[in-house]
Design a protein around this ligand. Structure first.
Ligand code: UD1
Ligand code: MG
Length: 518
């Protein structure tokens, strides 16, 4: 079977979209991580055309800039003041090479569920039947305000009549057309045309109709009168042809798109525990046997490896997550989360976070521009910004990387297998070499060399008898008195005063930490 590709696709996107009640142009509204127009352009590109034109008019500058951003090869065509889909299409053709031959597809910028495969199928049906025009139609109980597919006695497509025109004919008592309003087959507005027929016929289309517009649909009647084949090809999957006109439809199609995306991931081997509360943008990729727990959103250009666990209640935008990683109750943006890492719960990974293989970002940690080496751990309650942390380093609970001096941001480096004790402040710019320690509760402003421990905190001073003198009569004083009497009886008071004046533990939290790890 040969594959049929159109020579061009024209996307109509000049309409106003007043019912959106929005300052944002209709086709720039987003579902599934792409604009409506982005979905239309994506499907168009999948059909493999040589040329792609987008017809614009309303909010021209914003829409044209968006087109250029998405696809530098796409041509922006301006529609003039003549209204209607026919004129829009003519303006699109004018922006394409004059000697274009073959099949031109026409689609709309506000029909986001239309699939590239459907456009390929439309092109194939059109070319195999040697048609001049093939349109996608759909059959429903009530065709609403869509254009009606009028078929002749043999069931062949005769013409498309707009709802408003059909209604006028009925009201005027026209016996040939009074039934048209009741036709249940409608025109989706997605077509394949023989470009020569399209160009010639559009030259003959006028504006004498209920809306005073130049209708693209009038091309069908003209082509048929020329003796050419015209076909209405019903599409079973109705939602592919549904347009967005208001925010109710935007939400409904957004939900349906998500359902389709999630279903595809399930078919591809991803384990999605609760499809109803899982939102996955169209461009996200996920490896096999990764588990997506409820309440998770995977957004933008996110890629997730295989056998990872994501969620519950996690939002990941534009991130790369490696195989076997676990990301729990986390918000992450523009971050790289390496293979077999562990993140969360309740952490916030901001842009520029890189977590090396096997590393850990635990609970209540915020990171930004932080390159955390393989196997390094930032387990609890830390702000880590503008930092490089070497392989296997351990950042104690409550450590703050003080990266901002009120004017500029500065960098902090923590070397390989170094250990920062709990509740430390690392005042950037500062560097802690490989294999160094920082004692708990330190404020570090100067370089710490390899093999050193830096202690930068007030020394502990114990004042005997203070409670008895200053808090006499309190339960604390009573407890102290009782304890001291017991100790006197036991004769067991001890003092801790190692030779170098530095205890061999970096702090109480250090001991807690090591017992929490591994
Ligand atoms: C059109 C079809 C109708 C079909 C319906 C499907 C005509 C005359 N009618 O209806 O048979 O059932 O689509 O949705 O074609 N546009 C422009 N320039 C314009 C007018 C429209 O670019 O001057 C674009 C819009 O941005 C939109 C698309 O064309 O993307 C369809 O326009 P819309 O007004 O929604 O459709 P109708 O003309 O009502
Ligand atoms: Mg219209």
């Amino acid at each position: 079977m040969t594959t049929h590709h159109p020579s061009a696709v024209i996307i109509l996107a000049a309409g106003q979209g007043t019912r959106m009640k929005s300052a944002i142009p209709k086709v720039l509204h987003r579902i599934g991580g792409r604009s409506l127009l982005g979905h239309a352009m994506y499907a168009a590109r999948q059909a493999g055309p040589q040329h792609l034109a987008v017809v614009v008019r309303h909010e021209r500058e914003r829409v044209a800039a968006h087109v250029a951003e998405l696809d530098a090869q796409a041509v922006v065509a301006d529609q003039d003041e003549v209204p209607g889909t026919g004129r829009a299409c003519e303006c699109g053709l004018d922006a394409l090479p004059a000697d274009l031959t073959g099949t031109v597809l026409v689609t709309m910028g506000d029909v986001p569920l239309l699939a590239g495969d459907t456009l390929l199928e439309l092109t194939r049906v059109h070319e195999e039947r040697g048609s001049a025009v093939t349109l996608l139609s759909a059959v429903v109980d009530d065709a609403g305000t869509y254009g009606r597919v009028v078929r002749d006695a043999d069931g062949e497509l005769a013409e498309i009549m707009e709802f408003k025109d059909a209604k006028q004919r009925r009201e005027a008592g026209d016996p040939d057309y009074s039934h048209v309003v009741d036709i249940r087959e409608y025109n989706s507005g997605i077509y394949a045309f023989d470009v020569e027929v399209l160009r010639r016929a559009l030259g003959q289309v006028g504006q004498a109709n209920a809306q005073g517009e130049k209708y693209l649909t009038d091309v069908i009647k003209i082509a048929r009168e020329e003796g050419r084949t015209v076909v209405a090809h019903p599409l079973a999957d109705l939602q592919q042809t549904e347009g967005v006109n208001d925010k109710v439809q935007l939400a409904a199609l957004g939900k349906e798109l998500n359902r389709r995306v999630v279903t595809q991931h399930l078919r591809d081997g991803v384990i999605v525990v609760d499809p109803d509360t899982t939102w996955i943008d169209a461009d996200v990729t996920i490896g096999q046997d990764t588990v997506i727990r409820p309440g998770t959103q995977l957004l933008g250009a996110t890629t997730i490896g295989s056998e990872a666990t994501i969620g519950p209640d996690t939002t990941i935008s534009d991130c790369e997550v490696g195989d076997g990683a676990s990301v729990v109750r986390t918000q992450a943006e523009h971050a790289q989360i390496g293979p077999r890492t562990s993140v969360g719960p309740f952490s916030y990974l901001r842009p520029g976070t890189i977590l090396g293989e096997g590393g850990k970002i635990g609970g209540f940690v915020e990171t930004k521009n932080a390159d955390i080496g393989p196997g390094a751990k930032v387990p609890h309650l830390t702000y880590c910004g503008d930092a490089t942390i070497g392989e296997g380093a351990n950042i104690g609970a409550g450590t703050i990387f003080a990266n901002y001096d009120g004017v500029a941001k500065h960098h902090t480096t923590v070397g390989r297998h170094s250990f920062v004790g709990s509740d430390s402040v690392l005042v950037a710019p500062v560097e802690i070499a490989d294999g160094a320690y920082v004692a708990a509760g330190s404020t570090i402003e100067g370089r710490v060399e390899a093999g050193q421990i830096a202690v930068a905190r007030g020394r502990q001073r114990n004042v005997d008898g203070w409670v008895a003198r200053r808090r006499a009569g309190t339960p604390t004083a009573t407890a102290a008195q009782e304890a001291l009497s017991r100790q006197e009886t036991d004769g067991a008071r001890s003092t801790d005063d190692p030779a170098d004046g530095i205890p061999d533990q970096t702090g109480g939290q250090h001991r807690d930490q090591s017992s929490q790890e591994s």
